[in-house]
Design a protein around this ligand. Sequence first.
Ligand SMILES: Nc1ncnc2c1ncn2[C@@H]1O[C@H](COP(=O)(O)OP(=O)(O)O)[C@@H](O)[C@H]1O
Ligand SMILES: [Mg+2]
Length: 427
Amino acid sequence: MSTHLTDLLEGDPTVQKVLLIEADVSAGEDILTAAAELGVEAHVATHEDVFRSYRPELKAKISGTVFTDFADPQTALDDLARFCRETGIDGIVACWEFLSPLATRLADRLGLPGHRPELADACRNKRLMAEVFAAHGVPAPRTVVAQDPGELARRVAESGLGFPLVVKPAENAASIGVSVVRSAAELPEAARLAQSQTHKTSHGLALDITLLAQEHVDGDEFSVESVIFDGEIHHLTITEKLTTGGTSRAELGHTVPADTAPAVGAALYAAATAAIRALGLRNGVAHTEVKVSGGGAPKVIEVGARPPGDHIMRLVREALGIDEARACLQTVLGRRPDVAPRRRAAAAIRFITAPGAGVLRWTSALPCGDHVIATAMSKMPGDEVGGPYDNMGRIGQIMLRGATAAEVNKVAAEAMEAITVEMVTQW
Ligand SMILES: Nc1ncnc2c1ncn2[C@@H]1O[C@H](COP(=O)(O)OP(=O)(O)O)[C@@H](O)[C@H]1O
Ligand SMILES: [Mg+2]
């Protein structure tokens, strides 16, 4: 473990301090900005090598850092607990979802506001999460688990789960290793894909690659964005999600708030409440992904015990005037979060993807105009890009605003229609 010199300098004892567990994720900058606006000092736990590639704008918002090796969870917990005690940290924010169990354990060890530690792993590991949901009657897809492709085929056959079904690894994210399987013949390839990533590259975390086969919930997809304070759940809004069809399920966009019928909205909130309670979430934010089948019955796909990614917090702020990042900090610091909406508008993000994996040749100019909040390209001509198979295949994004969800969805569709992506063709 090492600390920056700034960490050792005496600070103002009346200023509260938070520790972000890995800030180099899309929610990290929003949390850091909210901390500055709240007058809270922000410290970050990361690895020295990862910190080297932090963008300067991000570094500028950080008061201190603690370096550790997250691949060794026990030592990381000890390192961070020592740092927090020495620095006088008042609250812990899990920014990177892979480390939400560590954040929960750390808060527990320090006696700071957080979630129930005995359920920390169930908030990340989909195998444990499925067990908790089944035990508490949370509406969720039926799930069987297996360690290898042979066992998977047997368990699927025994369970009577029909096709299509979804195969995924117990611990990954961004739709990596997730496939929709339409027949028993496709199971081995889906299992191979689900088990192909054994470690998370940036921190070398070992992943549980137990296989899950789940009932495929055919219907619209949403997420419920919630703030939990002392076990009291405040649902902020519902996000509508767009994904690819076919075999993979890359997320293509989000719209806040979703334009749902009141009964569907109430059912989504009830499902999220059940899931959040079952997982023992007490102080922090939650991002609950839910699919609603044609019949209107919601099924919880997963809960993230962390701020939503993909700039959803910016969409919430733009659409409703609720600062979820600020509310997140307030609750982990033991303060009542400010969750009152201040306006009723809508905002959306759409991700630009290449038609398939390959080398990018050219992308047309991104649209601008009154509805466009921001645009960004993450890949340049000549770059290798993945296709629209998981969220790593994105090449750019566009964020938009409108008076209503219907309006922002329409302008988003028009904007996406106007963008051309060309790939290098090979002979
Ligand atoms: N049981 C299911 N039924 C239908 N779609 C699913 C199911 N499980 C996952 N998906 C789709 O795959 C996406 C990624 O799966 P998810 O379990 O959320 O894993 P990740 O951690 O990669 O986000 C979901 O957002 C959803 O679109
Ligand atoms: Mg998900």
